[in-house]
Ligand binder design. Structure first.
Ligand code: UDX
Ligand code: UDX
Length: 458
């Protein structure tokens, strides 16, 4: 078949895989190829068992794989064959050298730019989809234009705003698509080419264009604002616990002001995921670099409140369970960083379970999708850990239930049945405010939630 456009994506991760699957689904006359250095990951994309769980993804992959959607490890040939290249390689926080624990580690991204340069035989449009610090496109352009010849590269910034767990819906019905380009003739031409892809299913009014630097910065700022809302409501949850206020009532009262909005005001054990912390630290690093220390300190406090929230949660557990967790069996309900994903990157559960282990608690970890990742995350941790998917089995004989992920399954458990199988006095620590507190208290549990008065029989 003669395809109208040939599109390549380098990086078959949580961003690259779903976003390319959506392009292939919406544009059956385009050929979309996704490549990755990790051959196991590519094998998984080509198998019935995809590399991670994302609702609705499997369905789309099944419809397009082998028709106009391909997964491969042959990066060199694919660079040669495709005219439009999305770059979705990971840009983790640097853990060494200058800017360690703050700046983005750009080594994979730079390696990818050099690969593109080396293997290209014709001009290309190169699109940054991964979150990058401001002005990265400039560096990418410098590498791509380092061998002067007839081949030209036009670099665009097109950050992805989808969230895991709702990726397919976010990709199909995005609030907006952002495309940053140079305002030169060739920059505008490349912008039009990319706009045409998205226009296949997204109204033009939702496709926003800007200069490249604004586009790069907007992605960092969007994530920083979202995380800031979570830290703001979490900071108030601490105050609610000292007074008779209830954080859910406060969030509702505050969020119904249209200027504030209702979303992203759920108090809990803090945000996780691969983006929020990384992007805020990146923003902080950029501000410091430009001498904006007050601005840096402002955004850094968002991360500090997130850590504080998790420390508070552990302290409350210790306090209410008579100041010792040693030898106590604790059931962890949920390890993923949020519901509807198998992803555990930066999950608050990692920190919380490690702290519980250092208090010598015995842990039984349950999660409907993330147990494999949980086992990998805790592989080096010392202590007694079991992994049991069935929540009823996991809770048997435990002193406490600790809800760390907002899986809807945990709202509907038979807590009466669970209570009967537990050691008494039995505790619930609801880190996501999803359990029916009054009902569980009536069953006999001592119930502790975030930003709400404790309901206790003790
Ligand atoms: C990542 C970042 O987490 C996110 O902030 C950014 O916006 C996009 O990149 P994600 O897709 O979640 O998002 O990362 P990950 O699942 O780790 O996927 C990256 C893939 O790139 C991996 O499969 C990795 O093997 C691949 N890769 C990395 C390459 O193919 N080549 C490289 O040189 C480096
Ligand atoms: C985020 C952004 O939402 C998305 O636009 C961007 O592309 C990538 O980063 P993601 O990390 O996948 O997406 O999930 P998100 O739904 O934003 O949740 C992040 C964390 O915040 C989760 O741990 C979640 O549990 C937590 N959260 C979210 C809260 O604690 N309270 C809330 O009200 C909302």
């Amino acid at each position: 078949m003669n395809f109208k456009k040939k599109i390549l994506c380098i990086g078959a991760g949580y961003v690259g895989g779903p976003s390319m699957a959506m392009i292939a689904f919406k544009c059956p006359d385009y050929r979309v190829t996704v490549v990755d250095v990790n051959s196991e990951r590519i094998d998984a994309w080509n198998s019935p068992q995809l590399p991670f769980y994302e609702p609705g993804l499997e369905d789309i992959i099944k419809k397009r794989r082998g028709k106009n959607l391909f997964f491969s490890t042959d990066i060199e040939n694919q660079i040669r064959e495709n005219d439009i290249i999305f770059v979705c390689v990971n840009t983790p926080t640097k853990n060494y050298g200058a800017g360690a624990h703050m700046a983005a580690d750009l080594q994979y991204w730079e390696k990818t730019a050099r690969q593109i340069l080396k293997h290209s035989r014709s001009s290309k449009i190169v699109i940054e989809k991964c979150t990058l610090p401001v002005k990265t496109a400039l560096a990418m352009e410098k590498i791509l234009s380092s061998s002067r010849g007839k081949i030209k590269f036009e670099v665009l910034s097109n950050p992805e705003f989808m969230a895991e767990g709702s990726a397919i819906n976010d990709l199909e019905n995005p609030d907006r698509v952002l495309i940053g380009s140079h305002e030169t003739k060739s920059g505008l031409k490349a912008r039009t080419e990319l706009t045409e892809i998205y226009q296949r299913w997204i109204p033009s009014s939702k496709i926003i264009t800007s200069n490249i630097w604004s586009s790069e910065l907007s992605k960092l700022v969007a994530n920083a604002f979202l995380a800031q809302r979570v830290s703001s409501i979490n900071s108030i949850s601490a105050l609610c616990e000292k007074t008779d206020a209830d954080i859910s009532e406060v969030a509702r009262a505050v969020g119904t002001d249209d200027r504030i909005g209702r979303k992203f005001l759920n108090a809990g054990i803090g945000f996780g995921g691969s983006c929020f912390k990384k992007d805020i630290l990146n923003l902080v690093y950029l501000c410091r670099h430009y001498g904006l220390d007050e601005v840096a300190a402002y955004w850094e406090s968002v991360v500090k409140i997130n850590e504080y929230q998790q420390q508070r949660f552990i302290a409350a557990m210790l306090h209410s369970m008579f100041h010792t967790l040693a030898g106590k069996r604790i059931c962890i309900l949920g390890f993923a960083f949020k519901a509807d994903t198998s992803d555990t990157r930066e999950s608050p559960a990692i920190y919380i379970t490690q702290k519980l282990l250092s208090e010598k608690a015995e842990l039984v970890i349950s999660d409907p999708r993330a147990l494999k990742n949980a086992a990998a995350d805790l592989s080096g941790a010392e202590g007694n850990v079991q992994f049991i998917e069935d929540p009823y089995e996991a809770a048997r004989g435990c002193h406490a239930l600790v809800v760390l992920t907002d899986w809807s399954l945990y709202r509907m458990l038979d807590y009466k049945k669970i209570y009967r199988s537990m050691t008494k006095p039995a505790f619930i620590f609801d880190g996501r405010n999803i359990v029916d507190r009054e009902k569980c208290f009536a069953i006999g549990f001592n119930v502790y939630a975030i930003g709400k008065p404790a309901l206790t029989h003790l």
